[in-house]
Design a protein around this ligand. Structure first.
Ligand code: FE2
Ligand code: FE2
Length: 217
């Protein structure tokens, strides 16, 4: 697979997922009968992603930091801190409203998590490709989430997602920059596209389950 072939397919996978995520999120969040309970049930598995990324990034940094330009190591540490902070700020809102904070992998996220762990074992850029697809796919849902949280009286959660939106922009750009600089061999491109394809299949299923049409509709 040439570099050009990699980027063409990789960007298409991200675009397909963004389209699907936007479509599902709009159907769920714009529902006029949406309740706060529907929202908290959809948010809980997303909260798990935040803390899961702290462990993926810590493994990524400890296994591969010597292979990366130093500023990327610093940036990955900032990325890891951001994810811990996202887990904290979402969890506080969940607790305040009487919901439990996830502390083990929800069933719906199991395959997604196993793929990240498998990708981490392959080489220094494979997991970066996987989470770049995963993180980028959620970007078009941010404004839908923020506006509708506000619409149904969840101002605090809207502010939390405004902060997350800003950080995610940095994470998505960071992933692409690392791939551009450090994914240099045919073998790495092969591994990265393997991960991106598998993630696409999984995220399609995931969006269908967390953004199932609410009961109240
Ligand atoms: Fe996050
Ligand atoms: Fe992120």
């Amino acid at each position: 697979m040439t570099e050009e072939q990699f980027w063409t397919e990789f960007n298409q996978i991200k675009q397909d997922l963004m389209d699907r995520a936007r479509e599902n999120a709009e159907r769920f969040w714009n529902n006029e009968n949406l309740t706060q309970e529907d929202v908290f049930k959809a948010i809980a598995p997303r909260d798990w992603f935040e803390i899961a990324y702290v462990s993926f990034l810590s493994e990524q940094i400890s296994s591969y930091w010597k292979e990366f330009d130093r500023p990327f190591v610093t940036a990955l540490c900032k990325h890891m801190w951001d994810e811990a902070n996202h887990y904290e700020i979402i969890s506080r809102v969940l607790e305040k409203h009487g919901y439990e904070v996830p502390t083990t992998t929800p069933e719906v996220s199991r395959e997604w998590e196993e793929l990240h762990l498998e990708a981490l074992k392959k080489d220094s850029t494979c997991a970066i490709a996987v989470w770049n697809v995963s993180e980028t796919s959620t970007t078009p849902t941010m404004d839908v989430v923020i506006n509708n949280c506000r619409r149904i009286g969840l101002e605090e959660l809207a502010r939390v997602y405004e902060k997350i939106k800003k950080d995610e922009d940095f994470h998505c750009k960071l992933g692409v920059s690392i791939l551009e600089r450090h994914m240099t061999t045919e073998e790495q491109r092969k591994n990265a596209i393997w991960g991106a394809r598998k993630l696409k299949e999984q995220m399609f299923k995931f969006y269908d389950s967390i953004y199932a049409v609410p009961q109240s509709q």
